[in-house]
Design a protein around this ligand. Structure first.
Ligand SMILES: [Zn+2]
Length: 198
């Protein structure tokens, strides 16, 4: 039996304040578009919010941030996925983004990638901000925070994969591993992530 999002969870999601750019929702949709179950995802989402229709989303328009969480949660439910599958979804997303590829072409180092992160994040989310914290060349890691970013934990799981790929692309293709050290969904004031490499 596949778990389905409850009314209580939906009520909580709707409390999330903020906006996400349409491209983030379209990226979710693209990832599952070739699957039969995509219709089921659309049906469930429409039932929860009739305004939310992947096919009418425009890349550069702003939409409620909670839709992004809803999108990931319903996809996870319908496909019966685990966290590792959501991480994989996050990993693939930057690879399919034309903009990310263009930008990362000019990111010659992970240090530069980290610095540019704020600009890039703000293009996709509001009012959340990406704050670079530490670049440790010797011990090979970077730390960064997401502030004012209200969320459901699902998106943090997604970001683990997303930041892994961005880190790798910005690290001249060398693999990175990402961990979330602090999470605003778990009582902290912000989300804090660490990307390590060898
Ligand atoms: Zn988090």
């Amino acid at each position: 039996m596949v778990k389905m999002i409850t009314k209580k969870e939906i009520k909580e999601l709707k409390k999330i304040k903020g906006r996400a750019r349409g491209i983030t929702l379209k990226t979710d949709f693209k990832y599952i578009a070739s699957q039969k179950k995509v219709k089921e995802v659309e049906k469930i989402i429409k039932k929860i919010d009739p305004e939310f229709d992947y096919n009418k989303i425009e890349d550069t328009k702003w939409y409620p941030l909670w839709w992004r969480m809803l999108s990931l949660l319903v996809i996870k439910d319908v496909f019966g996925w685990e966290d590792k599958d959501i991480i994989e979804m996050g990993r693939q997303a930057p690879k399919n983004s034309f903009i990310v590829k263009i930008i990362l072409k000019y990111f010659v180092s992970i240090e530069k990638t980290l610095k540019e992160g704020s600009k890039y994040f703000s293009k996709h989310y509001y009012p959340g901000v990406f704050e670079p914290l530490e670049y440790n060349k010797k011990d090979k890691y970077v730390r960064y925070r997401l502030k004012n970013f209200e969320s459901d934990p699902i998106i943090c799981v997604y970001f683990l994969g997303y930041f892994e790929t961005v880190g790798k692309l910005g690290n001249q293709g060398k693999p990175t591993t990402v961990t979330e050290i602090k999470c605003a969904s778990k009582g902290n004031k912000y989300h804090e992530f660490m990307t390590k490499w060898k």
